[in-house]
Design a protein around this ligand. Structure first.
Ligand code: CU
Length: 124
C-alpha cells in the first residue's frame, strides 16, 4: 500500500518538526552594568565587569554628553566605549562587548578636563 507508507512518513516528519520546537530557551548573557550621568557626574565612578560584558550609559542630565575612551583626543584605549558617542538628554546606549582584560578610562569629549565626567571600567 503506497498510500499507507506515505502517510506514515509524513507523520514521522511532522513529529520531528514538533520536537524541534521544544528546544530549551537560550541562556541569557551576563547582566548589564549601568552608569548613570547626572549634573553631579557619572555614577558609579568605577565599575567592574566580566570579560565579554557590556556597560549601559544613561544620560539623566539636562545637557548632552559625549562619552569617549581615554586618552583624549584620540580615544584609542578601549574602542568599545566609543560606541556610546553623544548621548542627548534622556538617551541610553550600550558599549560594545569588552573582549580584553583591561582598565578602561573614559571622559566627556566635550569637556575633557572635567573630572566629574571621567570614570573607569575594569574588565576582569
Ligand atoms: Cu575625548
Amino acid at each position: 500500500m503506497v498510500n499507507g507508507r506515505l502517510t506514515t512518513a509524513l507523520a514521522i516528519a511532522g513529529a520531528s518538526v514538533f520536537a524541534g520546537c521544544a528546544k530549551p530557551p537560550t541562556t541569557p548573557g551576563p547582566p548589564t552594568t549601568t552608569i548613570t550621568i547626572t549634573a553631579a557626574g557619572v555614577s558609579p565612578k568605577s565599575v567592574q565587569i566580566a570579560l565579554g560584558a557590556r556597560v549601559l550609559f544613561i544620560n539623566n542630565d539636562s545637557r548632552s554628553h559625549y562619552i569617549h575612551s581615554d586618552p583624549h583626543p584620540d580615544a584609542t584605549g578601549c574602542p568599545e566605549i566609543n560606541q556610546i558617542g553623544i548621548l542627548q538628554i534622556g538617551d541610553k546606549r550600550e558599549t560594545g562587548n569588552f573582549v580584553d582584560i583591561a582598565t578602561c578610562g573614559y571622559h566627556d569629549h566635550d569637556t575633557p578636563s572635567n573630572d566629574t565626567f571621567k570614570g573607569t571600567i575594569v574588565i576582569k
